[in-house]
Write a protein that binds this ligand. Structure first.
Ligand code: SF4
Length: 307
């Protein structure tokens, strides 16, 4: 459904001396999602994960320069195609419920999304009611303002708004942020159901444990680079993870050894080397200078000199 190869996103700006400079937030991102799959993109905050969703929707700021290859259903995803597919074939479940308009009834907002996705105006209200029912929300909820909803209900409204047009690819950006455990579980189950119904779901999150509840595969993202593509089951198998960063990320969880060998933030390494080289215990001579290729390894893919 979706193939991303060597995606890079750089921003140009001007420093005080009006000197133009370029900062690359994403340097080499690779991933693929098939119909029926949930693929989680995990990594620390600031790794560039949310930029990926914005790049796929064509809503990056104007000073962004994007290179690499993006394809959707086997066709090149050009800026023109992104505009055509946005909300119809590719939909975003945004990070925050603040994306809902606080002054409009939620039913009106879902109905508007239905019309923008191509559903005829005369059927948009009935589609809205069906969408509410699909997410176990009472018809009356359509007449609520966002502030009248619980966190879980607001999440379901966001998902209903994103999926009402029947999009094939759902981008869920930090969908469990700030939710209590039960609501987070319910939100993730909805994403899993979408995949089980044949959609492709890209789940962008910093919460690996939450992602592993529903994901088939995991793309590990570090400092603007894909460092590993693994199966969700690899996180639970002994020595199955291929990259030192994935291993450190996993070991840092309170439910594991709580060994925090990770710096607070890993910046995109613009010097060409491995983004984890400043911290990695397995670092070799070339690691700070050369970014390794993403290679097939033990059934997954990894980007490490030692693999
Ligand atoms: S490329 Fe080098 S620094 Fe990067 S993870 Fe592999 S061994 Fe460590």
């Amino acid at each position: 459904m979706l193939d991303v190869k060597q995606l890079s996103i750089c921003f140009s700006n001007y420093s005080f001396g009006l000197k133009k400079q370029e900062v690359c937030a994403i340097r080499s991102l690779d991933l693929s999602v098939k119909a029926g799959e949930v693929v989680a993109v995990v990594g620390q905050s600031g790794a560039g994960k949310s930029l990926l969703a914005h790049a796929l929707l064509g809503i990056l700021p104007r000073n962004a320069q994007v290179t690499g290859s993006l394809s959707f259903k086997g066709m090149e995803l050009t800026p023109k195609e992104m505009v055509r597919l946005r909300g119809r074939e590719i939909a975003l479940v945004p990070q925050s419920v603040a994306y809902l308009n606080p002054l409009l009834h939620v039913g009106v907002q879902i109905s508007r999304a239905a019309e923008l996705s191509g559903i005829a105006a005369k059927s948009s209200w009935s589609s809205t009611i069906k969408a509410l029912k699909r997410y176990k929300l009472d018809e009356e909820v359509a007449k609520h303002f966002p502030f009248q909803l619980s966190g879980g209900m607001a999440r379901r409204i966001l998902t209903a708004t994103a999926t009402i047009g029947g999009a094939s690819l759902i981008l869920a950006d930090e969908p469990t942020n700030g939710l209590d455990e039960d609501t987070a579980k319910e939100t993730l189950e909805h994403l899993r159901q979408l995949a089980d119904c044949g959609k492709a779901v890209l789940l962008i999150t910093h919460d690996i444990e939450a992602a592993l509840q529903v994901a088939d595969k995991v793309t590990v993202f570090c400092g603007g680079v894909t460092v590993e593509e693994a199966f969700a089951s690899d996180f639970y198998g002994e020595n199955k993870l291929r990259h030192p960063y994935s291993q450190a990320l996993w070991a840092a969880l309170p439910t594991n050894n709580f060994v925090n060998d990770l710096p607070e933030k890993i910046h995109a390494a613009n010097n060409g080397g491995c983004p984890f080289s400043a911290t990695c215990c397995e670092r070799g001579d070339l690691c700070g200078e050369v970014l390794p290729e993403l290679r097939e390894f033990n059934g997954g893919r990894v980007r490490c000199q030692n693999a």
